[in-house]
Design a protein around this ligand. Structure first.
Ligand code: F6P
Ligand code: MG
Length: 443
């Protein structure tokens, strides 16, 4: 699966790196928080399921404590045991990781193996722990923090929905260059929405308190790669050349729920009302993932919350968005591939059906940091390597990563740009302060 000549994977082997610190500090913190959440829901489990609920809570907690212990003592990564649709694929991938090691390295381990693999594995093991603990097997240990992020971002969400619905009134009459300006605004809103993920803060709250629309100008200098123009050219060209009955499909591979999801839905709403797209397909996660990632429950919950809001424009957004779903102009989809550990260059082999579906898109937007890591294989690329090369053969359709930087990986920079940033701001790659719109594909 690995092509010769590819750089090494980011890994916990590099003591002091962000990968190392994540495995050492942040992941155990996330596990502790999950255990604590289960504890706090004890009474709820009892009310719902009686003694069986209490026993299940104990079991899930003991499985998660065991997992935390395995991690902290750098034990070998063990195969998954509970038979689910993706179990065999996971265990095959574990064997593949084993095959990459020298005899002397022994088995894949937390601090030895690629960071992307062990971090994904951790979330999959949390899922397994819950699955092994019926009747609380459908409990999402991260749901509470995702919802909290939504509630704590109310002010900013209100401002966004208001901006959006005001804009809708005039969108039909906008001149071409005004439309482009508004398109760039919603793109940037969606970019900075990615600052608020919860796994970076170890599951602690990370909401958006201010009106993001007013901050866009100030944030512009922090966009390191800005291919918004290419996105405009591509979609405005689709709009101009499309026949009456034909479609323009944009796929958004979603990242976090809560505030970020609102920003993505605002973008998707704009795509329809501006006619830059005729349909939007969203992909979410099938299991709770990287703390704040969107599942179908989160997606439906958020739209319902907006719909029932007392605020006129928020509820209007909720109603309109529900309508887009009913009429099929918005389609929510999921696929098990998104919660596998594979890099995207393996998609055509591991999930050919998903790859074929993505090929039908006119444009694919990949939201967030984890998607970027999977697009580029989470490898130690030089900063100046072209994005196209780092994608390592993954080109189902024109695509764009919209991401704030939260991992030590960035490609496609100008010569010297990365080195300069490193000299002036040692943490520039991991704080979520910088962002990119990085496009690949013919126009
Ligand atoms: O735990 C670290 C990490 O994988 C980082 O790459 C990133 O900070 C986060 O999790 C996920 O970020 P996002 O929600 O933007 O994909
Ligand atoms: Mg995420």
């Amino acid at each position: 699966m690995v092509m010769a000549g590819l750089p090494k994977s980011l890994s916990g082997q590099d003591v002091g790196s962000f990968a190392y610190l994540t495995i050492k500090d942040r992941i155990p913190q996330i596990l502790t928080k999950a255990i604590d959440t289960l504890h706090r829901h004890k009474n709820e489990f009892f009310e719902k399921h009686g003694e069986k609920g209490m026993e299940a809570e104990k079991k899930a907690i003991s499985l998660l404590s065991k997992l935390r212990n395995e991690l902290q003592t750098d034990k070998p990564i063990v195969p998954l045991v509970e038979k689910l649709v993706d179990t065999d694929t996971w265990n095959q991938y574990l064997e593949y990781q084993q095959s990459l090691l020298n005899e002397s390295d022994g088995k894949p381990r937390w601090f030895l193996s690629p960071w992307l693999f062990v971090e994904c594995y951790m979330y999959r093991r949390i899922h397994e722990a819950l699955i092994q603990s019926p009747p609380i097997d459908d409990f999402d240990v991260f749901k509470e923090s995702k919802d909290q992020n939504f509630f704590e971002s109310q002010e900013s969400i209100t401002a966004l929905c208001t901006h959006m619905k005001e804009l809708m009134k005039t969108v039909e009459d906008l001149e071409e260059n005004q439309l482009k300006e508004e398109f760039f605004k919603v793109l940037q809103i969606s970019l900075w929405g990615n600052k608020c993920d919860l796994s970076l803060s170890g599951g602690e709250t990370s909401s958006q308190k201010t009106n993001i629309v007013n901050s866009l100008e100030d944030l512009k200098p922090f966009i390191l790669v800005n291919n918004m123009e290419q996105l405009w050219l591509l979609l405005s060209n689709c709009k101009k050349t499309r026949e009456k009955s034909s479609i323009t499909r944009v796929v958004i591979v979603l990242d976090n729920s809560g505030f970020e999801l609102v920003t993505d839905l605002v973008l998707a709403d704009f795509l329809l009302s501006s006619k830059l797209a005729t349909e939007v397909h969203f992909y979410g996660k099938m299991i709770p993932w990287f703390v704040s990632d969107t599942t179908v429950n989160d997606f439906n919950w958020l739209i319902k919350q907006l719909k029932h809001s007392n605020h006129k424009w928020m509820s209007r957004c909720g109603v309109d968005w529900e309508n887009h779903i009913k009429t099929g102009r918005w389609v929510y989809l999921d696929h098990i591939f998104w919660t596998l550990p594979h890099e995207y260059s393996a998609m055509s082999q591991v999930a050919p059906d998903l790859h074929a579906a993505l090929q039908k898109a006119h444009l694919i937007l990949f939201k967030g940091d984890l998607n970027y890591r999977k697009l580029t294989g989470d490898r130690k690329w030089e900063f100046t390597i072209p994005f196209h090369e780092a994608l390592n053969g993954f080109h189902p359709a024109p695509l764009c990563s919209i991401r704030t930087l939260k991992a030590e990986i960035q490609v496609g920079l100008l010569p010297g740009q990365g080195e300069q940033l490193t000299a002036s701001e040692p943490n520039w790659l991991t704080r979520g302060k910088y962002g990119i719109f990085q496009f690949d594909g013919p126009l």
